[in-house]
Design a binder for this molecule. Structure first.
Ligand code: ACM
Length: 511
């Protein structure tokens, strides 16, 4: 079995013995009804390198498809956790069964890892047929995620990223069964989303970035990102950071400033330097208009309203601001997410989700603020900075990334933690999930982002998806220890797939 490597590790993988499945020129994909789109997606993955036609039969199953790949939606599979699937492969065919199309999609991510890495064609690149013996071993896999929210965050405020770069990042995170992309859309250095009711946000606030020029997503761009994400079963989580990290807005509109004078645009990398005037009537018109427009263009359930590093406001003014902002967010119909500092308020909209970004050993105030979300009916996303902030240097990196957060951070560190063992008193059922964040002050372009994210993001994705390991409160009686020695060869095997896909990664980080 040691030659079968899958990341994130599935709940169970057993060899069935017998001959493997062999994909050939006669193979077909059967994907009826709600499975059809995933079937087309799978065919799109497998056609370029194999050169096979791989027709997708969207009608009822028939015997002629017996030796092909069958994707089956089965409501009875709903006894399994949402997003779960079973995969059975052998000489007689491959069947993936799930209760939802998302489950089938995750099963497809596992299936591609059963074939040789050379079956992968470069993302957005050359797609000539490679030739090969396209076999997948005979296995039975049952799988379901540990956490419902498995996220990546991309900071598109500090530097500018194109729609193509963001959709490429969506494709790369979807490989790992991550299902949320949090876009950090506004900060001191740039405002990156068209807001019709406050046009100077993009006329002025988008004109700067840390390393390059300006730019922003139009509403059409954003719709394209949202639609591409949906096709990969990824939900876009937009963040408008408030009340700090707002210099780009403050430079755009004088009336948002304490004192009523617009600031200059900012290209530096200090944090905690800005705040909106939390008592100005204009600020609340701004918050309500921006929240309304962002909510209208976002089909997903979440709206992130920031709340981090508001270092120039008094604790009372900050708590009053985030309480009211969370209620504006909730009134838009969305579930509000805030960085853990938002938990300083005990008067948040019920159900507001906290995002923890302190360390594996929390400082007392960060732990208390995080638990405050649970006390107010919410849950928590864990992004401990010393293991899941992917912009922190690797042990041997220098040009890209930053040094704070107890860095550098190795792949082993990114793998060696558990979400249910960080904040004392935070039970597993209050953990909505895990998110790997990447801040881009030092990164120009998606190549830089990929090199910082990969391979550490694979480690974080496994923590988000795979079963609770032995030694954690929610572990099954027969759970295995989380072992970097066991993970490391699977990661090395996955890197061959990254090579085939043309996804950059920090090569010296592999054992
Ligand atoms: C953060 O890193 N300021 C959330």
């Amino acid at each position: 079995m040691s030659s079968i490597t899958v990341v994130p590790a599935p709940v169970s993988l057993t060899s069935r013995g017998g001959d493997p499945f062999r994909l050939d020129a006669a193979s077909r994909i059967n994907a009826a009804g709600g499975a059809a789109a995933v079937g087309e997606y799978l065919a799109g993955l497998l056609r370029p390198r194999t050169g096979f036609a791989l027709p997708v039969d969207a009608g009822a199953d028939d015997a002629a498809d017996a030796a092909g790949i069958r994707l089956t939606l089965d409501p009875a599979a709903s006894a399994a956790a949402p997003d779960g699937y079973t995969l059975r492969s052998g000489a007689d065919g491959i069947t993936i069964t799930a209760a939802s199309a998302a489950g089938l999609f995750h099963g497809v991510q596992t299936l591609r890892q059963l074939f040789p890495a050379a079956i992968e064609a470069p993302l957005g690149g050359d797609t000539g047929a490679a030739g090969g013996d396209w076999v997948a071993p005979a296995v039975l896999i049952t799988d379901a995620p540990r956490f419902a929210y498995r996220g990546a965050m991309l900071d598109v405020a500090r530097n500018v990223f194109s729609v193509a770069e963001v959709t490429r990042y969506i494709d790369t995170i979807a490989l790992l069964k991550l299902n949320h992309l949090h876009l950090h859309l506004s900060d001191d250095q740039g405002w990156r989303l068209q807001i019709d009711s406050w046009p100077r946000l993009t006329e002025i606030g988008s004109s700067t970035s840390v390393l390059g020029g300006g730019g922003f997503f139009t509403k059409a761009d954003y719709a394209e990102i949202v639609a591409h994400a949906a096709s990969r079963f990824v939900t876009i989580v937009p963040e408008i950071d408030l009340p700090g990290h707002t210099n780009a807005a403050l430079a755009s509109y004088a009336e948002l400033n304490i004192g009523g004078v617009a600031t200059s645009t900012y290209r530096g990398t200090e944090v905690g330097i800005s705040t909106v005037d939390t008592t100005a009537e204009a600020t609340w018109r701004f918050v309500e208009d921006v929240v309304r427009e962002v909510a209208e263009m976002t089909p997903g359930p979440y709206l992130h309203l920031g709340g981090d590093e508001s270092l120039t406001l008094s604790a009372e003014d900050f708590a009053r601001f985030v309480a009211r902002a969370s209620r504006v967010g909730a009134a838009s119909g969305k579930t509000v997410i805030g960085w853990h500092e938002m938990g300083q308020s005990g008067d948040l909209a019920p159900g507001t989700v906290g995002q923890y970004w302190d360390y594996l050993v929390p400082r007392a105030d960060a732990a208390a603020h995080t638990l405050s979300f649970v006390e107010q009916g919410g849950s928590v996303i864990l992004s401990p900075a010393d293991v899941s902030y992917l912009d922190i240097h690797y042990p041997d990196s220098d040009r890209l990334g930053q040094d704070w957060a107890d860095g550098p951070t190795s792949v082993e560190q990114a793998y060696s933690w558990d979400p249910a063992a960080i904040v004392p008193g935070l039970p597993e059922e209050s953990v909505l999930g895990v998110e790997a964040a990447i801040w881009t002050e030092t990164m120009l372009g998606i190549e830089d982002v990929e090199v910082m994210a990969f391979p550490r993001i694979v480690a974080v994705a496994e923590i988000a998806w795979s079963p609770a390991p032995a030694g954690t409160p929610s572990a099954a009686p027969d759970a295995a220890e989380r072992s970097f020695a066991e993970f490391s060869p699977r990661l090395t095997a996955f890197a061959e797939r990254l090579d085939a896909l043309g996804i950059r990664y920090h090569r010296t980080a592999l054992a």
